[in-house]
Structure formats: structure tokens, C-alpha cells
Design a protein around this ligand. Sequence first.
Ligand SMILES: Nc1nc2c(ncn2[C@@H]2O[C@H](COP(=O)(O)OP(=O)(O)OP(=O)(O)O)[C@@H](O)[C@H]2O)c(=O)[nH]1
Ligand SMILES: [Mg+2]
Length: 309
Amino acid sequence: MSSEMTPLFGAVPAGHRSGFVAIIGKPNVGKSTLLNAWVGLKIAAVSPKPQTTRNRLLGILTQPDAQIIFIDTPGIHQPRSKLGDFMVNTALKALREADVVLFLVDGSEPPSKADAAIAGYCSEVQAPVILVLNKADLASRPDNYQAYMALGSWHSSAVISALKGIGCAELLQSVTQLLPLGPRFYPEEQTTDQQERFIAAELVREQALRQLEQEVPHSIAVVVDEYKERENGDIFISATILCEKDSHKGIIIGKGGAKLKQIGKQARFELEKLVQARVYLELWVKVRANWREDEHILRDLGYVMPAEE
Ligand SMILES: Nc1nc2c(ncn2[C@@H]2O[C@H](COP(=O)(O)OP(=O)(O)OP(=O)(O)O)[C@@H](O)[C@H]2O)c(=O)[nH]1
Ligand SMILES: [Mg+2]
């Protein structure tokens, strides 16, 4: 990415650094939590369920002497659908394009086969790779650290808690020092490359992930059909939750609409914090059988690699 993109926003002091930092790892290790913590805003969906993130998303942190552009990526896993293929390819592409790679692992657990496989991908890139053991706030076995270190040869390592903010500032400093010298890529006030409507869809999906169980949450997608700012500053959003089966639709709506209402209420709460305005959120539920294998629907949802477009 750094080689393809020319920095645009010049006039910065000598010694200014700017570049892309990919956050890579298996699902559920805390990649999106870390990006949100560094940017200081909830722009990426976070949930206790694996495979929350599906797209690449940039979080942009502008400081007087550096612009650090974090790339949040889907967790690398063994894909079982076309959607899964897209997610893994998206993560691997970010890994290849970054100036610095953070290989994030859950330090409270020993390495799994998935961690070993990702360590293998990391060994193929030119960029410096920092091994980051997250979830340091949880109890862990002392030999986990050595076991992760042994998975590859790392530029350096860090132990952090993205949730509690432990070690994050120190890690940010070391990451910044590894970025190339150069002016900013984005205006200083910009915090992400995504539109508000994408984040709105993600925050609705986040609540669905948090509030639904078993296979239902992973079989949904969210489309924002309308996103309007009214004259008084209020935001009106109409969104559709797609699911794969009639039975899932019933579960998402819940008894007397209770579940859907709860998803909407929590999503609206998160959105209002982000946009700093009153939000009206209207939610619909539709069945689209087998959409995770349907190229047309995947394309409409933005789940296709740019090269395939
Ligand atoms: N205890 C603890 N939990 C954390 C920490 N960081 C993240 N979590 C939790 O781990 C879960 C997964 O966090 P995410 O940020 O969604 O993880 P992810 O790596 O982006 O997951 P995918 O998008 O599915 O690949 C959530 O429940 C977070 O609250 C941490 O430092 N400590
Ligand atoms: Mg994520």
C-alpha cells in the first residue's frame, strides 16, 4: 500500500512518519478492540464471538509527528464459505501491504494451530512483524510467552491488554518508530476510511452478534438502506438484517419483536456516541437463503476483493 499510494497531505515537520500498520491474528484475539483503543473511537465492531470483523477497515491516528494508519482485518481461519474466503483473503492482502505488522495473539491461552499457521504467513513478509500478546489482564501460564515466541522470528514483542489499555501506549511508540518518513496520507481530522453508513451497519451487526446465539449471528448481514441527516441534526437510519432461514428471522425478531427492539436500542446507543447526535434507527429483517455462497449478494454487500470487481 505504501508503495502504491502517494502521501497527499504535505507540509509536515521534518522527521514526520506515516504508514500502514496491519493488525493480524486469528478470530477473537482483540484486533478490533485494539484499533478502537488507539483511535479512541468505536469504529470497529467488537464481540465475544469469533469472526466478528469481515472487512478491512482503517483507523487513522494523527499525531504532531506521525500519522499511523491501522488496518483492522478479519480473523484468519479455515474458511467454510465464499464469505470466509473473502475474509481470509482480505486479511492476507493487508498483511502483504503493511509497513509494520502486528501479529496479535491471545496471551492467556497457549498457541493453537491457527496461530502457528498465521506465524507462517508472517514469516513470508518483508515488513517488521511484532508479536503482541493481548489479554494480559487475564490469568495465564508463564510458558505461553515462550511458546508464542517460538512460532517464528519476530522483530520484537509486546504484552498488552487492549481492553484495559495496558502497554498500548508503549507499543504505539515502538510501532511509530518503524514507519517510513513522509507526510500524511489523510487529513488530520479523518479517523477512518469508512462512511458512516458502513459503521452504522457494523454496529447493528455487532449487537446482533452479541444478542443472538449459535449459528444465527454468523448467518446475518446488515444493509443500511437509508442514512439521512435531518435539518435539526438528527440522524435517520433504516437498515435491513439479512438472514438465511425463516426460523432465523423469527429468532431475530423475537417474541412480540422484543429481540429486534433490543438489538436496535443497543445499536442506537453506540451510534449516538459515535455521531454525537440523536439517532432514529428503523430495522427490518429479510431472508436471503444461502447468501454467504451467493456471488451477487456478496458483491452487493461489499464482500468481494477489489481485484475481482
Ligand atoms: N480480557 C480481555 N478481553 C479482551 C481484550 N481485548 C479484547 N478482548 C475481548 O475479546 C473479544 C474479541 O474482541 P475483538 O476485538 O472483537 O476481537 P477480534 O480479534 O477483532 O475478532 P474477529 O473480528 O472475530 O477476528 C471481545 O469480547 C473483547 O472484549 C483484552 O485485552 N482483555
Ligand atoms: Mg475484529
